[in-house]
Design a protein around this ligand. Structure first.
Ligand SMILES: [Zn+2]
Length: 311
């Protein structure tokens, strides 16, 4: 065991208040590529262009097909041991006899933390979830939470594949070695369907049939105020945070860096679990900061074992 790990675990055992900040790297070993790290295209559309309020306003059918595909991929994926380790920590904190305070702040919308059995009350999905559906009407605050149904409507059925399944699989997500793929047949491209609004998910409360939209934070939208406030309250309350775990994200980009700074300023320590970590952190010369390089799904169960036991 490395000196850093021993030191980290000794400190971990003394912690009374912990925050985990989770990014896309945690879900990679569940088979979900990072949004920007993937090819960046879905049916020849730039994914980033589809994740905006404007795109939904102009063509909700197109955006819903993109999100139907993302929901499908997330549903195919299973929570990994990293998710389970954090879930164990969350459930430890909610026990009546526990003196541990804990929250997970996740930037992931894949719902895997939620599906790993994480305690609901200390999970904050700051970018929303693919499995929440929000009403688009300003007058209505209907939210359908944790809706795992696929497809959501008849019209969205079978729209997730870019190429005809029988002929060719293109993306990693669709790669399933149990299927024989015949590459001699040229792929049959499946274009985006034209779906009228009446065949997309509708709000059950609004009388005028308002559309539901994916409950995720799109580019150009602000993070959900109530969630951010709850996180702020946890971090700023009288008991200061002893430890922040930065997982599958670099910790140097907003909002990760701001949480890290706020914890450090009050005397808390930082542990980063990521495939990409700055060299000086790895060498242990950055004050109050540990860095563990590798797959967070493998590292977390080992690092947290003294507190959560075997995952
Ligand atoms: Zn509504």
């Amino acid at each position: 065991m490395s000196k850093q790990l021993v030191e980290f675990q000794e400190y971990l055992k003394t912690c009374r208040k912990i925050v985990a900040l989770v990014g896309a790297g945690l879900s990679v070993s569940s088979g979900l590529p990072t949004f920007r790290g993937s090819q960046g295209l879905w049916k020849n559309f730039n994914m980033i262009d589809l994740a905006t309020p404007d795109a939904f306003y102009i063509d909700p059918g197109l955006v819903w097909q993109f999100y139907s595909w993302r929901r499908y991929n997330a549903l195919q994926a299973k929570p990994n041991k990293g998710h389970l380790a954090l879930s164990a920590l969350s459930n430890l904190a909610t026990r009546k006899d526990s003196n541990l305070e804990y929250i997970t702040i996740t930037q992931n919308v894949d719902g895997l933390s939620s599906r790993s059995g994480h305690a609901k009350e200390n999970l904050y999905e700051i970018h929303g979830s693919l499995f929440n559906l929000n009403c688009t009407s300003f007058m209505c605050n209907y939210v359908d939470r944790n809706n795992l149904k696929h497809p959501l409507t008849k019209a969205l059925e079978g729209t997730e594949y870019e190429y005809d399944r029988k002929n060719r699989k293109r993306s990693l997500e669709e790669d399933d070695s149990s299927h024989q793929v015949d590459y001699s047949i040229s792929p049959q491209f499946r274009p985006v369907k034209n779906i009228p609004e009446s065949e997309l998910p509708q709000c059950p409360v609004c009388k005028d049939g308002s559309l539901l939209r994916p409950g995720v934070v799109w580019f150009g939208e602000s993070l959900p105020l109530n969630v951010m406030n709850s996180v702020d309250n946890f971090i700023e309350s009288n008991n200061s945070v002893d430890l922040i775990l930065v997982i599958g994200t670099s910790g140097t980009v907003y909002p990760a860096n701001s949480y890290v700074d706020r914890v450090k300023v009050k005397g808390g320590k930082v542990a980063i679990f990521n495939t990409d970590i700055e060299e000086d952190i790895l060498q242990g010369i950055v004050k109050d900061t540990w860095g563990f390089r590798g797959d967070a799904a493998e590292l977390l169960p080992i690092a947290l074992k003294p507190v959560i036991g075997e995952v």
